[in-house]
Design a protein around this ligand. Sequence first.
Ligand SMILES: Nc1nc2c(ncn2[C@@H]2O[C@H](COP(=O)(O)OP(=O)(O)OP(=O)(O)O)[C@@H](O)[C@H]2O)c(=O)[nH]1
Length: 318
Amino acid sequence: MSRFPDDGRLRLTILGGYLGSGKTTWLRHQLFEGVFRGAHILVNEAAETPVDDTLLASQAASVTMLAGGCACCTGKDDLVAALRMLSDSQSRKRTDDRSTRRIVLETSGLADPAAILDAIQKDSVLVHHIRVDEIVVLVDALNAADQLRTEYLGRAQIEAADRIILTKVDLVPDPTLATVLATVRKLNPAAKIEAAVKGQEFALPDLPEVPPYNLPRIKDAGEAIAPTRIDIPDDVDWAGFSVWLSALLYARGDDLVRVKGVFETPAGPLLIQAVRKSVQPPELLPPEAGQRQNQIVFIGRGYTGDELRRSLNYFARC
Ligand SMILES: Nc1nc2c(ncn2[C@@H]2O[C@H](COP(=O)(O)OP(=O)(O)OP(=O)(O)O)[C@@H](O)[C@H]2O)c(=O)[nH]1
């Protein structure tokens, strides 16, 4: 439900949250439930491995992928161009045929929603055609303590939100959840706070009043987090690859903030992912996601792409 009366402009929901916080999972569930019905979905991924659009395509009316640049900085021009195009095609329709009244932008996990809002409001065209309805930010309750202690961006995302959804609450005990809630409330006392499990709304239990995490001062963003894509040849030694990946996540899981890979298997394209050291259950993608190079994307800091490739080569000779 919009917070504003209909003024004819397209309504935009910005969906933000740190890498792996559950944005695609949550949005898929909302679309399945009929929330954002008819909305055009814009998906921004910092890496050039478009997976999220495939996951969303079956539930969304229409999807546009903006891959290979974060919409709040390097990909800002692409975002503005995509929004201008959507506004333009909407304006050309008859008033009674304007089926797409709403856009949902799933940002990359590296985006600051406030910078996106700023870019839209400063654009002389978009400001007349698009109204930002709400900034929804997802916070991963399992990884919040680590992220908020070290990542400036994680805090900035929370501060920018109108609505905050705590995700992965099924994976944390109540005392941790209470501390995450207190921390999020302290960072943004004005936002509405909800919770979800795998996208499904979850009623927060009565939690004790506890102090928030003691967050150290962070002066700036530190070394930038960047994506590295590695194409995996079909004839790779898969046993060596598995050992390499397990060892890498174990040893460097805190530097590898997000890992996503898509591999062709006889059963169809298989998505494997990890958020820091926590490896998620693999998921078979719809067949239309197939016909692509086996590839894995690492988003993190503290290593170079060449170092990753060399170590893979050592284990799997590829
Ligand atoms: N247990 C549990 N797992 C979840 C929940 N929400 C998301 N996940 C899992 O967390 C992983 C990351 O979820 P995504 O929805 O891909 O996260 P994202 O924010 O879109 O990721 P990026 O686009 O890479 O930033 C997936 O394996 C999800 O299945 C949750 O509430 N509970």
